[in-house]
Design a protein around this ligand. Structure first.
Ligand code: KG4
Ligand code: ZN
Length: 344
């Protein structure tokens, strides 16, 4: 099946053409980062307007670079949630219009589900696996038994890992999105230079907490204002990044041990982080676990990643009607219902 996929859940306007849920024929991502950077974070109203301005061009560009016409499309998959309501609605309205005009089926896909399945675009992955979803809005550990079969093992009780990166970056005066800037400075710093807490490292089951770590950075800055510059800033970034990675890696190791799962997927924007990637690689060698972390372009928000679940659902007759609406909050555990109803 040749699928057109559309993603507008946050500040990236993206469209892709994916064949049979595995082969990306084209993928176009138009980022709004420069616009939101002025405000230090994503402004939802501006995000919606930017999506509106850009979506038609992005869809046309992805068709053109795949050498296709609208008439070649056999299905449309769109991010239905979670995400910013107004931003999601732009993608959904576009997807509905194209599906209606082309007389092809339409399906709404969960954004986090798309992140978790992105590794399938780069090679075969077998079920079941443990998945760590780390993005601006999520820090969740899931057991994944198949497409549409997700069980939450743990999640953040406050800030998501990406949110913590972005908030700490703001505290030290780095531009949005903070994760990228902190990663770059951390490469030159000493991760042991600033003592910072590892919240819930050995408590709270598989749950995470990052807001206390952010407060610890704030307290440090009040006592050491010079940490906002030069080598001291590099050391602070490296120490903060190490604290986040330690918690993510330790909880992931505990979940692997407890579930006995032998495969691990790490996905979402924070999976671009260089220290997290290298620590997860070490963990996988140490525990003899098969690791799948998508290439950075497939970790950050994109539309190609929708192709995996989108194809699976449409091929199995799971479609969304034109009443499809945005789901700003949509936990992954709720997804299995849509499959069970249809007996997949
Ligand atoms: O998945 P994503 O692109 O969007 C959401 O679905 O949220 O994730 C965005 C998050 C942002 O918080 C950003 O700061 C973080 O991913 N991020 C990083 C890195 N690149 C992006 N965090 C740490 N290190 C990075 N290299
Ligand atoms: Zn995302």
């Amino acid at each position: 099946m040749l699928l057109l996929t559309i993603e507008t859940s946050c500040d990236e306007t993206a469209a892709a053409i994916v064949r049979d849920g595995r082969t990306v024929l084209s993928s176009v991502v138009s980022t709004q980062i420069a616009t939101h950077a002025e405000y230090g974070g994503v402004v939802p109203e501006i995000a919606s307007r930017k999506h509106l301005e850009t979506i038609s061009l992005v869809v046309q560009e992805t068709l053109k670079s795949a050498g296709m016409e609208f008439t070649d499309i056999e299905g449309v998959a769109v991010t239905q949630g979670p995400g910013l309501a107004g931003a999601l609605l732009v993608g959904i309205a576009t997807a509905k219009a194209i599906a209606w005009a082309c007389r092809v089926p339409l399906v709404g896909v969960n954004h986090i589900e798309s992140h978790l399945l992105a590794p399938f675009l780069e090679g075969p992955v077998e079920f079941p696996f443990l998945a760590l979803a780390v993005s601006g809005g999520h820090t969740h550990l899931y057991q994944v038994d198949g497409i549409g079969r997700y069980r939450t093992l743990g999640q953040t009780l406050d800030d998501a890992a990406g949110e913590a990166f972005d908030k700490v970056a703001k505290l030290v005066g780095l531009p949005y999105p903070g994760g990228v800037a902190i990663d770059r400075l951390a490469a030159k710093g000493d991760p042991a230079a600033v003592p910072l807490p590892r919240p819930l490292l050995h408590d709270g089951g598989f749950n995470f907490s990052f807001s206390g770590l952010k407060t610890a950075v704030l307290n440090r800055l009040q006592k050491h204002p010079d940490d906002r510059e030069g080598t001291a800033l590099e050391n602070l970034c490296a120490s903060f990044q190490a604290a986040v990675c330690d918690v993510l890696v330790c909880k992931t190791a505990a979940a692997l041990e407890s579930t006995g799962l032998r495969r691990l997927v790490v996905a979402g924007g924070v999976a671009c982080n260089s220290r997290l990637r290298s620590e997860m690689n070490s963990l996988s060698s140490r525990m003899g676990v098969e690791l799948h972390i998508p290439s950075p372009s497939l970790c950050a928000d994109n539309a190609a990643m929708l192709g995996v679940a989108g194809d699976y659902y449409l091929v199995n007759g799971v479609t969304s009607g034109f009443e499809l609406d945005a789901l700003p909050v949509w936990p992954l555990d709720a997804i299995s219902e849509r499959l069970d109803i249809r007996g997949v």
